[in-house]
Design a protein around this ligand. Structure first.
Ligand SMILES: [Zn+2]
Length: 336
């Protein structure tokens, strides 16, 4: 296993193997850092000295989002070679290796809708089995990891890249949470190179939402840039995130960057398609967070119009091709 992981793409190659050297036994590195490859794409790393900081760093929950997978694999190789010495407890997860193998977002179901037990709501058959069982398995490993230490800090960074262009090149989704964003969290996000953060206003079934709901972790879905095939990502585009992860893993202090630069959004409305008469006045290729001015008629439906109420509102995750009764878009406004 170590021979594999010393190479920068080693974690990727290891995760491709359906039968791999899984083990509950720890392997110790010369610097006393220990690791165990527990399941396909699930690697736990323990520092030489006990730490009360837990980090889940996940990538490839969507298998074609290659940059986060490359970043994670390279970080693991730096740790295995002893170049980076971790001082915190780490659980690295490559979420969906089967969809990575077919270079697609998922095999049969978008896995980032299956957490917080949502996998139970789908019928399990040969087609859907893989992602339903994988989401359950990831929940189990995260649960075991975060449950090992009662107190201490818990952080989950779920790394993604987006297909859809965005007005903000990088952004974070903070799942519904009873706590507000703190200055420490703002500093973390700015160090990761994140331009904007959207605070969700209700529970959801994403992987990061699971860590918030079950463990009150500080968790984010991080959109770090654009989707490209393996080998086409430019390291420069992700340099801030790479540097920040290095710092977090080594438990060093984050740079004292201007946290006021982080733009913060709240959800102000959801656009629902109520009938077949629904009309959405936003182009299909609109960038996420594109601001629309007050009064702009966003959507028309039977007995219903949606006009921008705040001075400006952004459209996020638009998809007009949904069945009646489902969400077409989320409207967001900047927090004051
Ligand atoms: Zn994604």
């Amino acid at each position: 296993m170590l021979d594999f992981l010393e190479v920068s793409t080693g974690f990727i190659e290891l995760s491709k193997q359906r039968k791999a050297p899984y083990s509950e036994e720890w392997t110790e590195l010369p610097n006393k850092v220990k690791l165990r490859y527990r399941e396909r794409g699930i690697l736990e790393i323990s520092p030489a000295l006990p730490s009360n900081k837990d980090f889940v760093i996940s990538c490839g929950v969507h298998g074609n989002e290659t940059a986060p997978i490359e970043i994670t694999s390279n970080l693991i190789s730096q740790i295995v070679k002893g170049v980076v010495e971790p001082k915190v407890n780490l659980l690295f997860i490559l979420g969906n290796p089967e969809s990575m193998l077919i270079a697609d977002r998922f095999v049969s179901i978008n896995m980032n809708r299956l957490f917080n037990g949502a996998f139970k709501k789908y019928e399990k058959n040969e087609e859907t089995r893989y992602e339903l069982e994988r989401a359950e398995q990831l929940e189990q490993y995260v649960t075991e990891f975060f449950s090992a230490r009662e107190d201490g800090s818990k952080t989950h960074l779920d790394l993604h890249t987006a297909i859809k262009p965005s007005y903000h090149k990088t952004f974070a989704i903070r799942p519904y949470n009873t706590t507000s964003v703190t200055d420490d969290s703002r500093r973390l996000l700015v160090n990761l190179g994140i331009e904007a953060v959207l605070q969700h206003n209700k529970p959801s079934t994403t992987f990061s939402a699971f860590s918030v709901e079950q463990f009150q972790a500080e968790a984010y879905t991080l959109e770090l840039g654009k989707v490209k095939p393996f080998g086409e990502n430019k390291i420069e585009d992700f340099q801030k995130a790479i540097n920040c992860l290095d710092i977090l893993v080594q438990d060093r202090s984050l740079a004292n960057l201007e946290i006021e630069e982080l733009i913060e959004y709240k959800v102000v409305a959801e656009i629902i398609k109520h009938s077949e008469a629904f009309k959405f006045n936003v182009p299909d290729d609109v960038e996420n967070f594109t601001p629309y001015p007050q009064g702009f008629l966003i959507a028309e439906d039977e007995n219903y119009n949606y006009r921008v109420a705040f001075q400006e509102e952004g459209v996020v995750f638009p998809n007009r091709n949904v069945p009646v009764g489902q969400r077409v878009a989320v409207m967001v406004a900047r927090k004051e």
